[in-house]
Each structure stands twice: as structure tokens, then as C-alpha cells.
Design a protein around this ligand. Structure first.
Ligand SMILES: CC(C)NC(=O)[C@H]1CCC[C@H]1Nc1nc(Nc2ccc(C(=O)N(C)C3CCN(C)CC3)cc2)ncc1C(F)(F)F
Length: 283
């Protein structure tokens, strides 16, 4: 039926593949390919993520996908990738997602090796604002890492891939994500709450500035031990300000209630002095 545009959320339009012109492949996600696409009626450019039902079934992630769609479709924030809708056919599920014109952040980090303090602070501040918004809706992401971040046309960061996010009403003890970003309470799989995202943001800030995550080790078991012991060391190179180290040290704290709250992060001197308020890194 005609999509009702007057009442937001009432546009329960039934999308089909015929609504889109499919463009170039943007790359591979976990369970399928992502294509550039244009919605024919509006000429709106989107990213179409194609997931194979067979792969979803054999990996038993259908419930996770349903939760990802449910959560991401209701979130509206400039630093959170929009999920506009979904549809499916016999063999595939299609997610209609916001197109991030400047691509994936981790490739940018690999290319630059590490970011300037201004660029790192600008990204960390915009992610903190996005997480404050998520937590205000009782959503924790639980998988904040460079691979899950995209860059919009103006250079702004977009958190994507809410596959591991949960509504904190029904907290899960499931293990998720690579170990590097998990805080002590998750690697020890005890109860956890929104402060897990503060820990991961601290890990991300460290990796933006040094090019490697803080607890990286050759063996899984060594990474695990370094996390639970909070074995935090700052290399002599590249040179990083003591203000940045101070912020990271206040986020990578074992006791989750002691971690710097996100709204306090936005008032930290390193953020105030280095982050561009618009969340856009102009270089
Ligand atoms: C968060 C999640 C874990 N990650 C993903 O989903 C990944 C998996 C595949 C792509 C990406 N997913 C998305 N990517 C974009 N934009 C985009 C991506 C790549 C390039 C790029 O550098 N090339 C095409 C280059 C151009 C140059 N050639 C040489 C290499 C590829 C440029 C723009 N927008 C939305 C999405 C989304 F998320 F909506 F699907």
C-alpha cells in the first residue's frame, strides 16, 4: 500500500528488490555482501546488505539479527548508521541501510597508522554523544571497535552493526565480539551494564592514538589476563599528551562503577581542547 509519510513509523511499506537499482558492491559483511543501491521512487542512495538465510540459520543468529533490526531501526542520531527497513525473499534477507560515503574507519586507521589527537578526540566525543543517546534508550552496543565504525560524507563517524547490542532490561551473559575490546566483567562473563561501552570507548581511544589496542597479545589467554589485570601501558612512541593518557586511565578501570561517565568525558580537558564540537574532523 502507499507508504504513509505523515506519521513517522507508520511507513510500514513493504519493500521489494524491484524498488531498487543495484550498484557496485561495497564489500563483504559477516553474512553476505553489501551493495550501493538507489531507491527508484525517491532516488535516495542507500547501502543494501544482503544476508543468506541459510548462513543465518546455520550460525543460529536469526534472533540476533531480529534484535539488531529492532534496535537500529528505532535509533535516530547523526553518529548512528540508520537502518531504514528490511525485506526478504525465498533465500535472502535484505537490510536497507544508510550509505556512509567515506567508507570503513579501520581502513583509514590502517592507512594513517594512528590519528592526531584532534582527530581522535573529535571521533571519541562524537561516539560518546552517540552512546549517551543509546544508553538513554536503555541500549548498550557492547561491540564498539574500529571494524564497526563507518565514515559519513562529511567525515563524521557512524556506529554500525548493532548485532551485539541489547536492551539492558534483558541483559545477556553471552560472550560476544573479539576479546580485545571486552571489559573485565565481560571476559569473566559476569553481569554487565552500559559501562561496558565506556570501557570499549577507552580501548578505542587508545587504539586511535597508538594504532594498536592496549591489551593486545599473541595469545588469547594473554589478552584475557592483561584485560582482567588492566595491564595498561603507554608506549614512548608516538608521543601522546598526558591529558589523553589521563582520560584513557579514567575509562579503563576494572570496577565498572568507577569508570568516567560519558557526560563527564565530554567535559574532560583533552576532549574540550581537541575535539571539534561538530564531530567533523577537518584535518
Ligand atoms: C559496519 C559493518 C561491520 N561493516 C560493513 O557493513 C562494511 C561491509 C561492506 C561495506 C561496509 N558496509 C557499509 N559501507 C558503506 N560505505 C562504504 C563502504 C566501503 C567503501 C569503500 O571503501 N570502497 C567501496 C572501496 C573503494 C575502493 N576499492 C579499491 C576498495 C573498496 C565506501 C563506502 N555504507 C554503509 C554500509 C553498511 F553498513 F550499511 F552496510
Amino acid at each position: 500500500e502507499k507508504a504513509r509519510a505523515d506519521v513517522p513509523g507508520a511507513e510500514k511499506k513493504r519493500w521489494t528488490l524491484n524498488d531498487f537499482d543495484i550498484g557496485k558492491p561495497l564489500g563483504r559483511g559477516k553474512f553476505g555482501h553489501v551493495y550501493l543501491a538507489r531507491e527508484k521512487r525517491s532516488n535516495h542512495i542507500v547501502a543494501l546488505k544482503v544476508l543468506f538465510k541459510s548462513q543465518l540459520q546455520q550460525s543460529q543468529v536469526e534472533h540476533q539479527l531480529r534484535r539488531e533490526v529492532e534496535i537500529q531501526s528505532h535509533l535516530r542520531h547523526p553518529n548512528i548508521l540508520r537502518l531504514y527497513g528490511y525485506f526478504y525473499d525465498q533465500k535472502r534477507v535484505y537490510l536497507i541501510l544508510e550509505y556512509a560515503a567515506k567508507g570503513v574507519l579501520y581502513k583509514e586507521l590502517q592507512k594513517c597508522k594512528y590519528f592526531s589527537e584532534r582527530r581522535a578526540a573529535t571521533y571519541v566525543a562524537s561516539l560518546a554523544r552517540a552512546l549517551i543517546y543509546c544508553h538513554s534508550k536503555h541500549v548498550i552496543h557492547r561491540d564498539i571497535k574500529p571494524e564497526n565504525l563507518l565514515i559519513g560524507a562529511q567525515g563524521e563517524l557512524k556506529i554500525a552493526d548493532f548485532g551485539w547490542s541489547v536492551h539492558t532490561f534483558n541483559r545477556r551473559r553471552t560472550m560476544c565480539g573479539t576479546l580485545d575490546y571486552l571489559p573485565p566483567e565481560m571476559v569473566q562473563s559476569i553481569e554487565h551494564d552500559a559501562s561496558v561501552d565506556i570501557w570499549s570507548l577507552g580501548v578505542l581511544c587508545y587504539e586511535f592514538l597508538y594504532g594498536i589496542p592496549p591489551f593486545e597479545a599473541m595469545e588469547h589467554s594473554d589478552t584475557y589476563r592483561r584485560i582482567v589485570q588492566v595491564d595498561l601501558k603507554f608506549p614512548p612512541k608516538p608521543i601522546v599528551s598526558s591529558a589523553a593518557k589521563d582520560l584513557i586511565s579514567q575509562m579503563l578501570v576494572k570496577d565498572s562503577v568507577e569508570r568516567l561517565p560519558l557526560h563527564k568525558l565530554l567535559e574532560h580537558p583533552w576532549i574540550v581542547q581537541n575535539a571539534d564540537p561538530s564531530g567533523i574532523f577537518r584535518g
